[in-house]
Design a protein around this ligand. Structure first.
Ligand code: ACO
Length: 430
């Protein structure tokens, strides 16, 4: 892309060579050293496990200042979007770069409604899974199989059509995955509802009963989807970009992103938080014991929903969700003991030297599961909800990667530490 502003060069001395390396600055003054010349000139590579200090691209989509706890999509603060916007509007903003006009938004919504049905044959895929199948694995495989139904897109219009299809159908796929897991008949999408409203309808309606969508649930879900919609170069988004960098199609790239999201250190943490809180509740609410366990270097236990690679301050999404959790539970008349445990856990951890020193704060997953529970969404669907929210971000990042002339296939290097060359001996001679 090369849109960053050039600055004076940096000088790097490697063994006996001195190199001039370009420095560039983004619009929020983050500075990068360009190391393209490093290996060709010196034979040396950089080593950065987990890519904690490595920029893989320039991006104009999302800005995070982890020190200050700032998150903005296309320049708009997340708090404003969560309060005032809708998920469809935010999806449009992320993918097309600007907030839509009223006409553009209506046309976008019309297209989403038009493409929400799944090909009838795809129902057979759901039937092939055991009822115990985690909805997250059903989601990723069905998304991958969309590539078999909608051929590789070659023009911008074809790509855009596949983008619309994917957003529209992910709602339906997610709800069908749930219906499959509980053995209920699938409920088809209905054009009368908003995106979030339709998801709730497809999740919770059953043929024998009337189902009225609660506007509070729709609004809450919309807000949660907005808060999850993008988060720059996180693990699943980098996966989407990496898979897409090989030229793989949109559906395959997003399917890979869904799988990356499923891990408990990433999106799977929202489920792991609730399981941890239940464990604490069932273990006599001994919160201090679990805080001690999380600090014990000999234990694998971590406080799920705590800590973040980028935020070294309160995750702004967690701040919004924490406040909303109290409001929504009050309005729904739900009294969840896990909310009290979560608050107490947070209070104790934030006063503890171990967490203070390492700057570990609650992240987006810490309180989101409590709201999902109050909405009646089962725990094994929490990460699917995250995927539904993150989809526009993945798409926006995939598109940006495709359009960026600076994109090359992702291909990191390594330092080899295995055996040096040795002679092969046939089995009988070993
Ligand atoms: N509980 C206890 N200790 C923790 C936690 C935690 N949740 N998170 C980090 N630490 C400790 C580590 O043990 C390490 O301590 P040390 O320096 O004494 O070895 C230090 O804090 C730094 O942790 P790292 O694992 O090196 O940090 P990293 O940036 O690699 O990992 C991660 C970030 C994966 C989010 C981590 O904080 C974690 O495992 N959190 C719990 C899982 C979670 O909530 N994931 C969701 C993240 S948000 C998202 O993806 C949507």
């Amino acid at each position: 892309m090369d849109n960053a502003t050039p600055m004076d060069n940096a000088t790097l001395t490697v063994q006996d060579q001195t190199l001039e390396l370009p420095l560039t600055k983004g619009t929020e003054n983050e500075v990068a050293i360009g190391i393209k010349a490093l290996r060709p000139s010196t034979g040396v590579i950089t080593m950065d496990p987990g890519f904690a200090n490595t920029g893989s691209c320039e991006s104009a989509i999302t800005f995070i200042d982890g020190e200050k706890g700032i998150l903005r999509y296309r320049g708009y603060p997340i708090e404003d979007l969560a309060e005032k916007s809708t998920f469809s509007e935010v999806a449009y903003l992320l993918i097309y770069g600007e907030l839509p006009t009223a006409d553009e938004l209506e046309s976008f919504r019309r297209q989403l409604r038009r493409h929400s049905l799944l090909h009838e044959d795809m129902k057979k895929f759901f039937e092939g899974y055991p009822p115990s199948a985690p909805p997250m694995s059903v989601l990723s495989t069905i998304v991958a199989s969309l590539a078999a139904y909608y051929p590789v897109a070659n023009t911008d219009d074809d790509v855009n059509l596949n983008i619309i299809r994917l957003i529209a159908k992910l709602n339906t796929i997610a709800a069908f995955a749930y219906k499959k897991s509980v053995g209920q008949p699938y409920v088809y999408p209905c054009n009368d509802h908003s995106y979030a409203g339709d998801f709730l309808h497809m999740m919770f309606a059953v043929p024998a009963e009337r189902y009225d969508i609660d506007p509070l649930l729709t609004k809450t879900l919309d807000m949660l989807l907005i808060l999850h919609a993008d988060h720059e170069q996180n693990c699943s988004t980098s996966t989407v970009r990496m898979v897409g960098s090989s030229g793989a199609d949109l559906f395959s790239s997003i399917s890979a992103g869904i799988q990356a999201l499923s891990g408990p250190l990433h999106g799977g943490a929202n489920q792991a938080v609730i399981e941890m809180l239940e464990q604490i509740e069932n273990d006599g609410r001994n919160i201090a014991k679990y805080v001690e366990l999380a600090k014990d270097r000999d234990s694998d236990f971590r406080l799920m929903g705590f800590g973040h690679r980028v935020y070294k301050n309160f995750d702004p999404r967690a701040r919004v969700i924490k406040q909303k959790a109290s409001e929504v539970l009050d309005q729904l008349g739900v009294d969840d003991p896990l909310l009290d445990i979560a608050r107490e856990l947070e209070r104790i951890a934030l006063e503890d030297e171990f967490f203070v020193e390492r700057r570990l704060y609650p992240n987006v997953d810490f309180y989101s599961g409590i709201i999902y529970r109050a909405m009646g969404i089962p725990t094994n669907m929490f990460t699917v909800m995250f995927a539904l929210g993150r989809l526009p971000g993945w798409i926006a990042q995939w598109l940006e990667m495709k359009k960026d002339p600076a994109t090359r296939i992702y291909r990191p290097r390594q330092i080899y530490t295995g055996s040096t060359e040795r002679a092969y001996e046939v089995i009988g001679e070993r």
